[in-house]
Design a protein around this ligand. Structure first.
Ligand SMILES: Nc1nc2c(ncn2[C@@H]2O[C@H](COP(=O)(O)OP(=O)(O)O)[C@@H](O)[C@H]2O)c(=O)[nH]1
Ligand SMILES: [Mg+2]
Length: 277
């Protein structure tokens, strides 16, 4: 079995920082986590990528090509489609390593995950190569400190989940940047009751929410029914916080559990050999 996190979320939500943080944290305990950069427009990251999509195609290639003439969004989709067309390249770069653990640092365009088939196809391919995958959806905590923003962040997470059909964890990033009062306020959102949030929105003085109260309520029902409204806070300045996230995801993809099984399988024939002797 191979293990992967598909790190997704809006541009600037902290995907690349999350990846380099996890790599460093793991290496402190002698564990190897690799990163594959899948963002063809990436300018900066603090890790040494195992594979870099920019070696296959760079966003500028798609945008500056006289025939293609893509804008940034179309160009990005084109790049990921190009990756799928050259899937043998990715397979070769990834190699065939048992029990490896790879973070896929993905582009920030949300439509890649919500309604285009490209990422779903990539996921199918990874599963075919024996990867057990958890989607990690990152949201900047600074954008989640009021009810309406929380709802829209949650809806984005929900559409990613429905489209990719994989295990899924939501993370609030940049917790170190929040002041004390904002952090306290955010506690309500970590494992929230959508009905309480919704009633707070309805009672606010926004005309929109007064007019569309029933719609807002229906959205709350959907979120509630999917039991998706859970966010894990991540403070990259605290080892314990990073540890919590890593353990949670390891459990979901059952990292480490199969290794125990393997030891047992290996021991049993040995016993039989002894009995036969
Ligand atoms: N203080 C702080 N800054 C962060 C954190 N995560 C990301 N950033 C900053 O936010 C910006 C965008 O982060 P990046 O990882 O490149 O986001 P990406 O576009 O999702 O890959 C960079 O300037 C990072 O240094 C965090 O946890 N704490
Ligand atoms: Mg990035």
């Amino acid at each position: 079995m191979r293990y992967a996190q598909l790190v997704v979320g809006p541009a600037g939500s902290g995907k690349s920082t999350y990846c380099s943080t996890l790599v460093k944290h793991a290496s402190d305990s002698g564990r190897v986590i690799e990163v594959v950069n899948l963002d063809p427009a990436a300018e900066h990251f603090d890790y040494e990528p195992l594979v870099d999509i920019r070696e296959l195609i760079h966003l500028d290639d798609a945008m500056e090509d006289e025939e293609l003439q893509f804008g940034p969004n179309g160009g990005l989709v084109f790049c990921v489609e190009t990756l799928l067309e050259n899937i043998d390249w990715l397979e070769e770069q990834l190699g065939d390593v048992d029990d490896d653990y790879i973070l896929f640092d993905c582009p920030g365009q949300i439509e890649l995950y919500t309604h285009l088939p490209v990422m779903r196809k990539l996921v199918d391919q990874l599963q075919h190569w024996n990867f057990r995958i958890c989607v990690v959806f990152l949201v900047d905590s600074q954008f989640m400190v009021d009810g309406a923003k929380f709802m829209s962040g949650t809806m984005a997470a929900l559409s990613v989940m429905v489209n990719l059909e994989l295990s899924h964890v939501n993370i609030l990033t940049k917790m170190d940047l929040l002041g004390k009062s904002a952090r306290k306020q955010l506690d309500d959102y970590l494992d929230p009751d959508p009905h309480i949030l919704l009633s707070a929105m309805k009672n606010g003085n926004s005309k929109f929410h007064q007019k569309y109260a029933r719609l807002t309520e229906a959205i709350g029902e959907v979120i509630d029914n999917f039991s998706l409204v859970r966010f894990y806070p991540l403070n990259i300045k605290k080892d314990e916080s990073i540890d919590n996230i890593l353990i949670t995801i390891d459990n979901i993809i059952q990292y480490g559990e199969d290794a125990d099984v393997k030891v047992k399988d290996f021991d049993e024939p040995d016993d039989e050999d002894c009995n036969n002797d």
